[in-house]
Design a protein around this ligand. Sequence first.
Ligand code: NAP
Ligand code: GLV
Length: 311
Amino acid sequence: MTIECPIYYQEESVQHWLDAFAQQCPHLDVKDWQQVAHPEDVHYGIVWRPSAEFFARFPNLKAVLNLGAGVDGILRHPQLPESVQVLRLENAGMGAQMNEYFAYHVMHYHRHMDRYNAQQNNAQWQVFPGQPAKDFRVGLLGLGELGSSVASCLQGFGYTLSGWSRSQKTLDGIKCYAGAEQLDQFLSEVDALCCLLPLTEATRDILNKENMSKLPKGAVIINAARGEHLVEEDLIELLNSGHLRGAVVDTLRTEPLSSDSPLWRQPGLIITPHCAAQSWLAPSVEQISNNIDAMLAGQQPSGIVERNRGY
Ligand code: NAP
Ligand code: GLV
């Protein structure tokens, strides 16, 4: 097996992952992809956004195991062979982190922290009327591993939850919408729109002017999925016009965001550096090694990506 994870999270290197694999599953021979002496013997690759040369170097790969939840960085690779199975991480510590990220930001708006921050800058003391959590409607775009985790976490705080997915779901206490034909209705009933969709041909640019205009005036957007879900200039227009009260973006079309981007200074916009949820080492290594063991034993691994639907 080989591993390549260029620029994952800054504090982590390939060596961290190699050490964790060596410690947690010594029966697997995991090597840095550049140190492999016989690339033709490698059948499994562990990757995050593999580099241009990766697939050409390993002609006999059977599967690649992603070091994250989103597989857009693998599926768009021009040399990904048809025959290679793609697996992704399921949760791996990310569910709890997403719960925290979204709870923090939903409460930021529900409890008027954006307004109080602005007031403090002007040395103003004014209380805004409170609103019961049940009257603040939170909508999840995506009700998968992470979206459904966030929805049930926010339910615990008393918020009114709805969600939108590709296939129809039944989730206790959550109003579930599905498919393109139900998107408008879903959007029209949401005060805080939270995006946890995978990036696919069907979801790219979904946070555009037309869709965001269907949110009630004063709604907020929290996107921790991918930058390409959001049309940045449309967001700026709707923030400046006052249709949107605010937005939080954890992922940008270009990462890292360049220091001269006007987005840094956009009023009403909070930017975080793709940090909403990281793949924790221990559960990720455990999941990957269980999947390798399953495949070696001729069994079905979990987290199989359906390449034709893009996630
Ligand atoms: P997941 O389990 O695959 O869930 C995806 C959800 O999106 C599912 O509910 C799916 O519907 C829905 N969906 C997909 N295409 C759709 C469409 N065309 N219309 C409506 N719904 C659609 O994925 P996940 O593990 O929750 O992760 C979601 C995304 O979060 C990842 O792909 C990644 O981009 C992002 N992420 C970001 C960070 C970060 O730090 N910012 C960290 C981890 C992940 P069905 O249920 O019907 O299939
Ligand atoms: C991170 O963005 C992931 O997809 O795991």
